[in-house]
Design a protein around this ligand. Sequence first.
Ligand code: HEC
Length: 142
Amino acid sequence: MKQKMIILCAALLFMVGIWGCTPPQPTSKRWYTPQQVKSGQPLYARYCAGCHGEQGQGGKDWDRPKKDGSYSPQPLNGSGHSWHHTLSSLENTIAQGGTHPGATMPGFAHVTTQAQRYTIIAAFQDMWGDVIYTKWLYRAGL
Ligand code: HEC
């Protein structure tokens, strides 16, 4: 009887574990429209590509601080950790630039409207595959 209970409990825990760890099904449904991507692409090319790369690939050794403690621009194509940030914090970074000590990214609030900054996000998020986009939705979201 006791043994049966233990097996039952173990089975239950196992099932809960599997259920809890199953990642959500990747979705292709995005928050932005194709029109926003189209508007954002030339802005991305103009203001961001010089540092973050034409394809959002980021700078060399972006995940390690340089000798002076500053960082290379992170990739924005989904391979970095920009999917850890909420939509509004991404928008804020673009408006204000880097805020932590030693940050070197300039802000773009003086040359872009908030709506334009959202189209820039649409442009680089459109480089993300569905798996990373869904991870973002669940971790940081809108
Ligand atoms: C002069 C180079 C430069 C330009 C231009 C630039 N960035 Fe950055 N960006 C950086 C650096 C360097 C960082 C890392 C934080 C820091 O040091 O400020 C960064 C960080 C970021 C982050 C945070 C990424 C993460 O994974 O945490 C985002 C998002 C971002 N930039 C978006 C943009 C966008 C969008 C543009 C264009 C509007 C842009 N950046 C233009 C250099 C730049």
